[in-house]
Design a protein around this ligand. Structure first.
Ligand code: SF4
Length: 416
């Protein structure tokens, strides 16, 4: 896979060395068990896959290039480039301004833009309507376009099935930048409706079965369907695509459920199921699949708690938390600063969208075993920061440098 030029401040020598070691040992990515880092009284299980994905590295490289190539110009990002506050803050400090917030609220009015402004499209992509807004002001929006190719793949899939007269069902969070962009691209080619979760998919299939009056569709899915959506006509042939970072198991259940209902309602057989249900497979990206599989691999081990590092508004990170918390106490933090002491921690509850203050997050036992991972938009340097602070609580911080040397030696030995 292509490598990117990422500022060194986002890298971690230890984590780079560990990832390189695991890559050398498992080039086909078949082993999802975590890496055990044994520091004596503290043992850390580091997930097999985590941290910056292809799309995030691509977006960071292009954004920093836009800064280098355009000294003196006004440079804007349509919204947060990725869902990581540290990376976004770095870009702000280098002079980039954000046109919208994550929810799509306009922070800088369109009529203030000039043709020589530089506008960067974030990794989530953007809507056709916003591209038109920029073009109308003479700005070339695609010059610094960091839309992830895996997001574009979803748009292409939606377009392809739309052209075959299927309606597109998008499994995603309706307010998320990526889902808003996917909805916009999809509805240009096909009737489109967004379902947030399995419950909404089940509400939708009630209309396929005809057990709900059609008028209810427009109330339940308000703001989530394309203009002119005809619930009686447009649910006869459907296909499912997703926001790339959804929970894989939920995406699968939604596709299975809708296919089952279509099969039942239209008396389909395996031979003709695709007449009514498009074969999209799932459109999650490789990083979502790898990171979620790595969590499942890690959860095969025992531990006392899990720490997941990432931006609080990061969809892919919240799904890693969701998986971990089914099995053990899990703390979702944005950086090591949230670990206030050996006893106190500030952590995000994504269900209630609140930051909580908890005590006694590190149980008094030896060895203490901690699972550690991060989302696809989280720099490895932040994960190393968390690791260093955890070890410092136990007077073990010097062990990190020994660990770096150990992995570097191993990697060099393999390379010879
Ligand atoms: S999580 Fe997947 S779709 Fe999103 S930026 Fe990363 S590689 Fe692209």
């Amino acid at each position: 896979m292509k490598t990117f030029n990422i500022p060194i401040i986002y890298r971690s020598p230890l984590i780079s060395a560990i990832k390189e070691r695991r890559k050398q040992q498992d080039r086909m990515k078949k082993d999802f068990l975590p890496t055990m880092l044994d520091f004596g009284p503290v043992q850390v299980l580091l997930a097999r896959h985590f941290g910056f994905c292809y799309g995030v590295e691509n977006a960071i490289e292009i954004s920093f290039r836009a800064l280098d190539e355009n000294p003196g110009k006004r440079i804007f990002l349509l919204s947060e480039m990725i869902h990581n506050p540290h990376v976004n803050q770095d870009l702000r400090q280098r002079g980039i301004r954000f046109i919208m917030d994550t929810a799509g609220k306009q922070l800088i009015p369109w009529d203030t833009f000039r043709p020589d402004d530089i506008i960067i499209i974030p990794a989530f992509g953007t809507t056709l309507e916003i591209e038109e807004q920029l073009q109308a002001r003479g700005v070339t929006p695609l010059r610094y376009n960091t839309t992830c190719p895996f997001v574009e793949r979803v748009w292409n899939k939606a377009e392809a099935i739309g052209k075959k007269d299927y309606t597109v069902i998008v499994h995603g969070k309706p307010g998320h930048e990526e889902t808003r962009a996917t909805f916009s691209h999809s509805r240009a080619h096909a009737p489109t409706v967004v379902v947030r979760n399995l419950k909404e998919a089940q509400q939708l299939t009630a209309f396929i079965r005809g057990t709900e009056p059609p008028g209810r569709f427009y109330e339940i899915f308000k703001g989530q369907y394309s203009n002119g959506f005809d619930v009686e006509k447009d649910l006869q042939r459907v296909g499912v695509v997703n926001q790339t970072t959804m929970l894989a198991t939920e995406t699968q259940s939604i596709a299975d459920h809708i296919k089952e209902v279509m099969t039942e309602v239209y008396g389909l057989s395996p031979a003709n199921a695709f007449d009514r249900f498009a074969d999209t497979r799932d459109t999650l990206c490789y990083a979502t699949n790898d990171n979620q599989s790595a969590i499942l691999g890690m959860l095969r081990e025992n531990a006392d708690l899990a720490i997941v590092v990432g931006g609080y508004n990061s969809s892919n990170t919240s799904h890693l938390v969701e998986l971990c918390e089914q099995q053990l106490p899990t703390y979702f933090i944005s950086s090591e600063e949230k670990m206030l002491s050996r006893h106190e921690i500030l952590h995000w509850n994504y269900h209630t969208q609140q930051e909580l203050h908890s005590s006694g997050f590190l149980p008094e036992k030896e060895p203490l075993r901690i699972m550690l991972t991060s989302g696809a938009s989280c720099p490895d340097a932040l994960v190393e920061g968390v690791l260093r602070k955890l070890l410092a609580f136990y007077g073990l911080e010097d062990k990190i440098d020994e660990m770096v040397k150990h992995y570097t030696r191993q990697n060099e030995g393999t390379a010879k």
